[in-house]
Design a protein around this ligand. Structure first.
Ligand SMILES: Cc1cc2nc3c(=O)[nH]c(=O)nc-3n(C[C@H](O)[C@H](O)[C@H](O)COP(=O)(O)OP(=O)(O)OC[C@H]3O[C@@H](n4cnc5c(N)ncnc54)[C@H](O)[C@@H]3O)c2cc1C
Length: 298
């Protein structure tokens, strides 16, 4: 483990992490932007991006524009998967296998990992989606399936029902009510996606195969609390204040990891706010210290 201490470590290569890193670069901070891949794995899979101001095109095109800017602005990227964030010497130690990075502050921008049917990732951008608002319009008058982790996503299923001809909803949350005639609800579970290269339907736990043009997984996951011990979460998302601060002093979060809506613009905006908050934190570090509790992962 090296002795270097960065001003800030931004964890996550998606658009939230990138916007935070770009802003912190402009603030001339000593920055570690670390992630699996610049701009994340999701962006190139977006079939059509229709809600990003001044841009119209697919995810590959948007990623190319971002990459051009990243090179022009000389935003440094370190390829690594962080497996733990710990309190250390008044700051943080981030570990990646046997490698360690030290930083005075951290922005967590790790996105969401969605629990899915075993082979769902093979169909990302080819009929499988995690965002009803983003991809719903692609299924006008078609048949879609959606799996809801809880009844709190009923509204999104209803949104799809306003576009699609038929919506099969899988939700084990008892008491879920759907206010649309073209929704057929079931407590069965999707265990696999069927189709040659593109979604043709789903296979369920009870052994049924249901024909469908698209499958939506509308659910949360909770990896951040595993990554950072003591981090307060709510419904699987990192709990943040308006300045993107968490319950741990010096640790901020941005993007999908803080909650819905899962959208580029929201992620980018939060990345920017988190960067400003880090700037303020570093300037006034002493006055922040003690204002919030910090607990160490056991
Ligand atoms: C197919 C598809 C189409 C979409 N279309 C649209 C659209 O049209 N419009 C729209 O607004 N939104 C769309 N979205 C949603 C959009 O992709 C997300 O809202 C956005 O990517 C969130 O950005 P983020 O930076 O918060 O997270 P992510 O983009 O998920 O990036 C997080 C990154 O952090 C990395 N990471 C996670 N854990 C670690 C770790 N421990 N160490 C290092 N790195 C880590 C991940 O590998 C990932 O690269 C779409 C999503 C999908 C899947």
């Amino acid at each position: 483990m090296g002795n270097k201490v960065y001003d800030v470590a931004v964890v996550g290569g998606g658009i939230a992490g990138y916007t935070a890193a770009l802003t912190l670069k402009n603030f001339k901070k000593d920055l570690l932007w670390v992630g699996v891949k610049p701009f994340g794995e999701k962006l190139p899979k977006a079939e059509q991006v229709r809600n990003f101001p001044s841009f119209s095109g697919n995810g590959v095109e948007l990623a190319a524009l971002l990459e051009r800017q990243m090179v022009l602005e000389e935003v440094p990227f370190t390829k690594a998967r962080i497996d733990g964030v710990y309190a250390s010497n008044g700051g943080f130690l981030l570990t990646s296998g046997k490698t360690g990075f030290n930083a005075r502050s951290v922005i967590l921008a790790t996105g969401v990992e969605t629990e899915t049917a075993a082979n769902a990732s093979e169909y990302l951008g080819r009929g499988v989606s995690y965002c009803a608002v983003c991809d719903g319009p692609l299924y006008k008058n078609r048949t879609v399936v959606c799996e809801l982790s809880s009844k709190s996503y009923a509204e999104e299923a209803e949104y799809l029902a306003g576009i699609a001809k038929k919506v099969y909803v899988f939700c084990r949350d008892r008491g879920a009510v759907f206010r649309a005639e073209n929704i057929e609800a079931s407590e069965d579970v999707i265990v696999g996606i069927a189709g040659e290269g593109r979604v043709a339907g789903v296979v369920t736990e009870s052994g049924k195969t249901l024909a469908a043009d698209g499958v939506f997984f509308l659910k949360d996951s909770a990896p951040p609390a595993v990554l950072v011990g003591g981090l307060e979460t709510e419904g699987g998302h990192v709990k943040v204040d308006r300045d993107m601060s968490t319950n741990l002093a010096g640790l901020f979060a941005a993007g999908d990891v803080t909650g819905r809506p899962y959208q580029y613009v929201k992620a980018a905006g939060e990345g920017l706010v988190a960067a400003y908050s880090v700037h303020k934190f570093l300037v006034h570090e002493k006055s922040f210290a003690g204002a919030k509790s910090f607990s160490v992962r056991s």
